[in-house]
Design a protein around this ligand. Structure first.
Ligand code: FAD
Length: 410
């Protein structure tokens, strides 16, 4: 998983960063693998410390659980599944799966972080206490692995997020600390290039060889994994509000799951914790704290949901387009020249935790139009008139500090 500034900030504020920081691999940019086998690097930021970090989901989960138990005395019960909630009685029903027994739990309150398919959200919605929509993407994903080379060496560039963009679909790979890579194939669920048509080993092999010939040899276990690993579903969850009185609240994916193409789902969830803490602390009742959390956070999670959807198109299609590459280069140059006003949208989202998602989205729209106008009739960075560009930046983009003056202090 990609961990970026928002996640790191929250981990630091929770005092757990130090125990995690040695487990990840920095990624400096996207390494694009073209159809003919050529590669090109697209740096993520303009400063050397603007990197994102690749960390194994398994290791992150284990470390956080371990810290929760060891340092904070959290009582963890595995194999217990929330099955329903009665909001009149204030009781949730949790099944102890080992004993196959239903345990009533008083919601005083119950904060549910049960993920995108949240039982608690569905219970709230089923009782007509909140609005909730689950919007499935017509694309799914499959995890495959690229093992380490001899002696734990990396068989692809180590410090990059690898992307094989193929228009309607793509393959990506993130480095792990042990020399391996975790690859994820994103495909439409139906259609000729979709999961539904890859029904046997022969078709899978033909598909992989046709579209990703350079990587096939690096995935010796691909056919077994393709069969054994489930096809994951992707979607966006929109709910409103995220709580029922002072009794139960949603946090993380249960409230606002997003598609994974900006690498922000987990980062947004960690950031949620900071907002949740601050909102609950400044009110005398849970109900007011929950309501404040929703009010403070909803516009931001809506914004990242949209940006994550837009990024899918960017990663699978646009990264290979020369116009996109020119605009990325211009964007980095404008950021170097006008850092108080212009920061690429990607950087605002990934490297600037002080900029709320909604501000990044709004400024990103203005910047996108500006980049389009400035590159309309040019094909190289050298042809840009930077005096005109400066005037346009100053006219269209207020200083960032102005947009941040009313942001909630955490
Ligand atoms: C393919 C993919 C790649 C991703 N990559 C990234 C990335 O690079 N960077 C990033 O920031 N985000 C990424 N994400 C998003 C990230 O995984 C999620 O945003 C994040 O895990 C959400 O955390 P959560 O704790 O809210 O929910 P989850 O991580 O889904 O955890 C929910 C927990 O609740 C438990 N649970 C579920 N139902 C019940 C129940 N009824 N009773 C009790 N327990 C229950 C589950 O077992 C699980 O332990 C990715 C997502 C996907 C699908």
């Amino acid at each position: 998983m990609a961990l970026a500034a928002r996640g790191i900030n929250a981990l630091k504020r929770a005092g757990v960063y130090e125990e995690l920081a040695h487990d990840w691999v920095p990624m400096h940019g996207r390494l694009i693998h073209g159809r003919e086998g050529g590669t090109s690097m697209q740096p993520y930021g303009v400063h050397p410390d603007e990197v994102i970090h690749s960390i194994s989901r398994h290791r992150l989960n284990r470390t956080l659980l371990d810290i929760a138990v060891r340092r904070f005395g959290v009582d963890v019960r595995f194999e217990h599944r929330l099955e329903s909630a009665d909001f009149d009685a204030g009781i949730a029903s949790v099944r102890d799966l080992r004993a196959d027994r239903l345990v009533p739990v008083r919601m005083r309150p119950l904060v549910a972080s049960d993920g995108a398919g949240s039982c608690m959200r569905r219970a709230m919605h089923g009782a007509h206490l909140i609005e909730a929509r689950e919007e499935d993407l017509a694309h799914g994903y499959k995890e495959l692995s690229i093992p380490a080379g001899p002696g734990g060496s990396y068989v692809l560039e180590r410090e990059a997020l690898h992307v094989w963009p193929r228009g309607g679909f793509m393959l990506i790979a993130l480095p792990n600390a042990d020399g391996s890579f975790t690859a994820t194939l994103f495909l439409p669920t139906s259609g000729p290039d979709g999961f539904a048509s890859l029904t046997d080993r022969c078709r899978v092999e033909r598909f992989l060889r046709a579209h990703f010939p350079d990587v096939v040899a690096l995935m010796p276990d691909r056919l077994r994994e393709f069969e054994a690993h489930p096809t994951g579903f992707l979607g966006t969850v929109r709910a409103e509000p995220w709580h029922v009185r002072g009794m139960a609240a949603l946090i993380g994916d249960s409230a606002h799951a997003i598609v994974p193409f900006h690498g922000q789902g987990m980062n947004a969830c960690f950031e949620d914790c900071l907002y949740f803490d601050a909102c609950v602390a400044r009110h005398p009742s849970w109900e007011e704290g929950f309501a404040d959390f929703f009010a403070a956070r909803k516009a931001d999670t809506d914004a990242i949901a949209e940006m994550a959807l837009e990024n899918y198109r960017e990663m699978r299609e646009r990264v290979a387009d020369p116009k996109f590459q020119l605009q990325s280069a211009l964007s980095r140059e404008l950021e170097r020249r006008h850092p108080q006003r212009f920061i690429s949208r990607y950087s605002m989202v990934m490297f600037h935790e002080e900029i709320p998602y909604r501000v990044a989205q709004a400024r990103g729209r203005i910047q996108s139009r500006l980049l389009g106008d400035l590159t309309d009739k040019v094909s190289q960075l050298g042809e840009i008139d930077f005096d005109v560009a400066r005037r346009e930046v100053e006219a269209r983009l207020p200083p960032l500090a102005q947009d941040l003056s009313s942001v909630m202090k955490l």
